[in-house]
Ligand binder design. Structure first.
Ligand code: GLC
Length: 753
């Protein structure tokens, strides 16, 4: 621990015990729970009010901008001792430089916390989170978070603003790319492993970092899928759909929460005592600290909830916001609010304690520079093992949406044979490195990415003539490249066309009302399908797209999302059969935007669709069914499910029920299948969704092999927020489904007594 702090700590501890002794009786004092609390209190005892408020202040460096404002004076601000954390500053060298200012040029030398958006990798970039979710491989997702933590902590970072836990049922919202899709259970399980991957077992370890459950809460329910828009949902929907991943994150020990930009039922999240104190602190018992999203405190003024910035600060701190990201409202106004008696100093001290605690847990008071180590940075970054793993996760994230035969072929289009004489690779995205990164790509560098064209050329370029023709851009109506592309296609044995969105068409502030393929990409696909040749459409996109013509007419479709640093190699592995695709959709693909919101676990209604009855719930122009359902994904092999079996058809509240199926690989390839268990509560004190995912297991089966898959359920698995909002299972009939996607009809009925 640096000398200055040691001396100050000793003074502080002495001062603290003197304070205790001077109180009427020790018993009136709530003694710190552990030695860290003691240390925190002794540091706090030394701090001026300005310094205490300073711990609540988070500013961005000017290295990157991830929001609407920048503050050029952040280095000078650090020198005043009134800044507790910096984000968007990384590398060992730069974090060391800023840390030195805080530790050596301020009165108390309290170390800074360095935060950054390490969302799907720091330097080695993994598939976007929605893509990783499509792998349904929890171990892989935990490991990718571990690698991201190892790389980012080697670059001086202590804190990542991840995982993003927003349930997303509206693909018009650009930020669906950052989360785990529409399902509560899948998002809960992924959030838990991500937190474990980032925070590890011991935060003192230099390759672990604070995680951040964001954006709390219900940000994904923005009206019309328009980013930052109003959220107005029932308490039931909030508790059933949007809060569970955050409740699970708190239980998993996440150290920080980030408030969302949106209002929730009239109250902006950053000013919501209901969210930040009643639920988060009192109901869930959260002990970490709450940071706002970028300038979201001062945004309570345009929200029309605060009359001015000072008022916004009072609303935020009194609601339970500990740290103010970038709005400088705590920095500029909190002291005056305290002097006016509008904020109690205890509120500030409580927030400062929570933040100081995390700095102690990270070991920053022992060695403020422990993370800023250039030698470690060189060793840990972008290693061969990290890249190999990135390729593996990317492969597992790819979803095979269609794989038919063409004309009089005997076998489906994919996998392509490696002995092709020639292959045409078409589309702007096929030759793009930057788009492999996706949004929120941290410190990932396009130059380090493998494009699809490179991946294919590396794999078969020695024996196959690989011809690239852009054909058209993602955007715009220029078809002048069509002729060349069609010519290349006519001269090739097989065709790969990469289409989708540019990476910046999803992510923050990137909502879209039209989810068709942008530009003239679809026109190009139509021209190429006319060749009648083996053709695969490779999708590169950050959200579900409305591609009904492609789904009906292209012989094969691969959903590859933005597959990360090794994306081109991973997609080539799948295209040429070195990996059998195993991904399953974490989000429903609508037929058109008019169907949105559409998600698998909707309600049955009182007039469920009946094709022979006019007066039932349907559209006149499209079916109710989606283009591709949640949980859907094909394989190069085929899987067969036996009928669902249960060890009992009636069970009581304190009994468990065992559900099993025999899964058989009936095709010609070894392959992985995500066995999914859903149930429907047929009658409840409130209406219940037609399906709810409750268990899944990703299983590798050799071709010709069979395996019994069993799941154990207890009454708690059937619990829900009943009519009076108590969380419990109600007696009654349930239908349990087990299959390869949310449409499975493979079911059995059971009764909970
Ligand atoms: C952005 C995002 C948030 C991110 C933060 C810091 O506006 O909403 O997800 O963590 O600012 O970059």
């Amino acid at each position: 621990m640096n000398k200055k702090i040691t001396i100050l700590l000793l003074l502080g501890i002495t001062f603290f015990f003197w304070q205790c002794a001077s109180k009427k009786s020790i018993s009136q004092l709530q003694f710190p729970k552990d030695s860290i609390d003691l240390k925190v209190d002794s540091v706090l005892a030394l701090m001026t009010l300005d310094e205490k408020i300073g711990q609540l202040v988070l500013f961005t460096s000017d290295w990157e901008s991830t929001g609407p404002t920048l503050r050029a004076t952040y280095k000078e601000d650090i020198k005043t001792g009134r800044v507790g954390a910096i984000f968007n500053a990384h590398t060992s060298e730069y974090t060391r430089e800023l840390q030195r200012i805080a530790v050596e040029e301020t009165r108390l030398g309290i170390p800074l916390l360095f935060g950054y958006d390490v969302i799907h990798g720091y330097k080695t970039i993994f598939p976007i989170p929605l893509g990783e979710a499509a792998s349904w491989d929890l171990a892989a997702m935990e490991k990718s978070a571990q690698i991201a933590a190892a790389e980012s902590t080697a670059a001086g970072l202590h804190w990542t603003f991840a995982p993003m836990l927003d349930i997303a049922r509206d693909p018009r919202w650009g930020r669906v790319c950052e989360g785990s899709g529409e399902d509560v259970y899948l998002s809960v399980e992924i959030g838990k492993v991500k937190i474990k991957g980032f925070q590890g077992e011991n935060l003192l370890s230099v390759n672990t970092m604070l995680a951040c459950a964001k954006h709390y809460a219900a940000y994904g329910a923005a009206q019309a899928g328009r980013d930052y828009h109003t959220v107005d949902i029932s308490e039931r929907t909030l508790y059933e759909a949007y809060l569970p991943p955050f409740a699970a994150a708190e239980k998993a020990g996440v150290k920080t929460f980030m408030t969302s930009f949106n209002e929730l039922n009239g109250i902006p999240a950053s000013g919501s005592k209901y969210l930040l104190t009643d639920i988060l602190r009192k109901e869930w018992g959260f002990r970490g600290f709450v940071v706002t999203d970028y300038t979201s405190i001062n945004e309570m003024v345009p929200h029309g909830y605060a009359k001015d910035e000072k008022h916004a600060g009072e609303l935020a701190i009194n609601a339970g916001v500990d740290m103010d990201m970038q709005s400088a409202i705590y920095y500029n106004h909190l002291k005056k609010s305290i002097e006016e008696g509008l904020v109690k100093v205890e509120k500030v001290e409580e927030a400062a304690r929570r933040i100081l605690r995390q700095k102690f847990e990270l070991g920053l008071f022992d060695d403020p520079y422990k993370y800023s180590n250039t030698e470690r940075e060189k060793q840990k970054m972008f290693t061969a093992e990290n890249l190999d793993f990135a390729r593996d996760v990317a492969r597992k994230s790819i979803v095979l949406l269609k794989n038919n035969k063409v004309k009089n072929a005997l076998i489906p289009v994919l996998p392509f044979p490696k002995k092709l004489k020639s292959i045409a690779v078409i589309g702007e995205l096929a030759n793009s490195k930057e788009d492999m990164l996706g949004s929120w790509h941290g410190s990932g560098d396009a130059k380090d990415c493998v494009s699809l064209l490179q991946g294919i050329t590396t794999k078969i370029g020695n024996s196959t003539n690989v011809v690239f023709a852009k054909g058209c851009n993602v955007e715009g109506d220029d078809k002048s490249g069509f002729e060349n592309a069609i010519k290349a296609a006519n001269q090739a044995e097989a065709i790969v066309i990469a289409v989708g969105e540019k990476w910046w068409m999803s992510g923050e502030a990137a909502s879209r009302t039209n989810l068709d393929l942008p530009g003239v990409q679809l026109d190009l696909i139509k021209e190429l399908v006319k060749t009648g040749k083996p053709l695969v459409v490779v999708l590169m996109n950050g959200r579900p797209l409305t591609i009904p013509w492609v789904a009906d007419n292209a012989p094969a479709i691969l959903e590859t999302w933005y597959a990360g640093s090794q994306g081109g190699n991973a997609i080539a592995d799948v295209l040429f059969g070195d990996y059998n695709p195993s991904g399953k959709l974490p989000m429903t693909f609508p037929r058109n935007v008019g169907q949105i919101p559409i998600f698998y676990n909707m309600k049955h209604t009182g007039r469920p669709l009946a094709l022979d009855n006019k007066y039932t719930s349907k559209y006149l122009d499209v079916p109710n069914s989606p283009l591709f359902p949640f949980g859907f994904g094909l394989s190069y092999t085929t899987f067969k499910y036996s009928p669902v079996k249960v060890d009992k058809t009636t069970f009581s509240q304190n009994e468990k029920i065992t559900v099993s199926v025999t899964l058989s690989n009936t095709g010609n390839y070894d392959g992985e299948e995500v066995v999914q268990l859903y149930f429907r509560d047929l009658v409840g004190s409130v209406t219940r969704p037609v399906r709810e995912l409750k268990k899944f297991e990703k299983v590798l089966l050799q071709k010709g092999a069979s395996k019994e898959i069993t799941f154990s359920l207890t009454a708690n698995d059937f619990a829900f927020f009943t009519q009076d909002m108590t969380f419990k299972a109600e007696a009654g009939a349930f239908e349990i489904f087990v299959g390869g996607d949310s449409n499975t009809e493979n079911s059995v009925k059971v009764t909970l007594k």
